[in-house]
Design a protein around this ligand. Structure first.
Ligand code: FAD
Length: 470
């Protein structure tokens, strides 16, 4: 052990979870380098800030810089780590126009990901990606009528005020294109509708939210259409067009007028600081990690959106950039570096999203992915009431359940409905983690009372039907 500190790169979910846990367990120094001004912020809440259901931008902050320092974390904002030298165990840092080398005893790369823009010119006024609080503030300002704009909603955080001022001064949009029908696209569609903007949602593949399966995708599409959204599935947007400000899309060989676009076509891991180090990479260029978050470089760990993880169903390497994955891996690495080796845990790809009142959840492998992974999948989709039929407030809940024909093991599932459908996915996530068979799932003693569930919860109905087939 050297006298050098544990160095963490990235001051959000994975990085600060690691630093906080490390400081609770070890009496050694930890430095967190964060290139931006914000720390400990919730990306996940940004669509709801734009929508208006989160009152202030600063409500999305968790740990303040003084609170981080009280925990004994040496926090350096405005410090970008530009390269790593594993041989010298140093990182090179840029801050205030200067460059310096910082030695480390252990290094955690928790640099997250960046929004992919693909071929789209998001430098045009009115064209945005959403990855961070400054993007959310800029979108909110652009959508607002200047005379109605409420600057108090920004709170007292280190927002990019020039970018906000620039966007407030522009005429508010009437018609927006959301490019990409993943969860960010769906959430932003809802947010823009709530702000009174006419929305066209473009999705290249044949259905929205592909990882959530066909039944959920169809229900999301009809829910959005019922709210006045025009959904264009099977449609590739080719270009955002405009001089200075967006005024059209190029799509299907023609142009369609719009005065706003939100591009949500995916993210890319921020891993360039490890270029040239010989670090191993996994899917999508994410940094390959083992059960303890270690990379192949000595004393170098990676966690969160920048890192791979092991899939709970296949046991193979995967890349599932989600919030709990990042927090959990960071916390485990904090313990490990402090001297208590703790596995980061497998991921099952458990995810939930809502479109207006419709909730959708998904976990594990649906049929196509299961077949690709070498299973012999068999699936059933059922519809069942969410509460006893005589009790008000229920909704039809659609459950897709997939199992392996040979072993009967639960491989994955998806659930959609308006009445607490999203939380029901956690039953399936637990079944997958516990390696339950469909027969075992069917025998679970799930709770029943009329306001919450029928006697046979929709998950049990799906298990019963699928087990019958098996
Ligand atoms: P980040 O949160 O991205 O943090 C990485 C930090 O590293 C950043 O602050 C960055 O500035 C800093 N950094 C990068 N490079 C450097 C460098 N070279 N030097 C210094 N600092 C650097 N997940 C869910 O589970 N549920 C949701 O509902 C959900 N909704 C989302 C909605 C949106 C709009 C977005 C964008 C994401 C959402 N996510 C959701 C994903 C979730 O936010 C991420 O999985 C999580 O934030 C990843 O945490 P992280 O610490 O790995 O990366």
């Amino acid at each position: 052990m050297t006298g050098d500190p544990f160095v963490v790169v990235g001051g959000d979910a994975a990085g600060l979870s690691a630093a906080s846990k490390f400081r609770r367990e070890a009496d050694r120094d930890v430095i967190v380098f964060e290139k931006g001004r914000w720390i400990s912020y919730a990306h996940c809440g940004t669509p709801y800030f734009v929508e208006g259901s989160v009152e202030r931008l600063t409500d999305l902050l968790s740990l303040s810089p003084p609170a981080a320092e009280e925990r004994g974390i040496d926090l350096r904002r405005g410090h970008e780590v530009v390269s790593v030298s594993p041989a010298d165990r140093t990182v090179t840092v840029h801050a205030d126009g200067e460059r310096f080398d910082q030695p480390y005893a252990e290094l955690l790369v928790a640099t997250g990901a960046s929004a992919a823009a693909g071929p789209f010119d998001t430098a045009l006024d009115g064209a945005f990606t959403l990855h961070g609080l400054d993007d959310a503030a800029a979108i909110d300002a652009y959508v607002a009528a200047p005379e109605e704009y409420d600057r108090d909603r920004l709170g007292d955080g280190p927002v990019d005020a020039d970018r906000v001022d620039h966007n407030v001064a522009l005429d508010p949009p009437e018609r927006a294109a959301v490019v990409g029908g993943g969860y960010v696209g769906v959430e932003m569609t809802e947010a823009l509708v709530a702000r009174g903007v006419e929305v066209h949602l473009y999705q290249r593949s044949d259905r929205l939210l592909p990882p959530f399966g066909a039944a959920a995708g169809e229900r999301v599409e009809s829910t959005l259409e019922a709210q006045g959204v025009t959904v264009h599935t099977g449609t590739s947007v080719e270009e955002l067009v405009g001089e200075g400000r967006i005024d059209a899309l190029r799509v299907d060989g023609g142009t369609r007028p719009v005065d706003m676009a939100v591009v949500g076509i995916g993210i890319e891991p921020n891993a360039t600081l490890l270029d040239g180090t010989g670090v191993d990479r996994g899917p999508n260029g994410a940094i390959r990690t083992d059960d303890y978050g270690r990379t192949n470089l000595p004393a170098v760990y990676a966690a969160g959106d920048v890192a791979t993880a092991r899939h709970a169903v296949t046991g193979e390497e995967t890349w599932v950039p989600l919030g709990l994955t990042a927090n959990r891996a960071g916390r485990a690495i904090g313990s490990t570096v402090a001297g208590d080796p703790t596995p980061v845990g497998d991921v099952a790809g458990t995810a939930v999203v809502k479109a207006f009142d419709l909730e959708c959840g998904r976990v594990g492998l649906l049929a196509e992915a299961a077949a690709d992974a070498g299973f012999d999948p068999v699936g059933e989709t059922i519809t069942a009431g969410s509460r006893s039929g005589y009790y008000p407030g229920g909704d039809e809940t659609v459950v897709t359940l997939v199992a392996d024909r040979t072993s009967g093991r639960v491989l994955g599932g998806a659930i959609a409905g308006e009445d607490r459908a999203a939380v029901r996915i956690d039953t399936l996530a637990t079944a997958i983690e516990a390696d339950l068979t469909v027969a075992e799932l069917e025998r679970l003693d799930l709770a029943y009372a009329p306001p919450f569930s029928p006697v046979w919860d929709p998950v049990l109905v799906a298990a019963k039907v699928l087990n019958g087939r098996l």
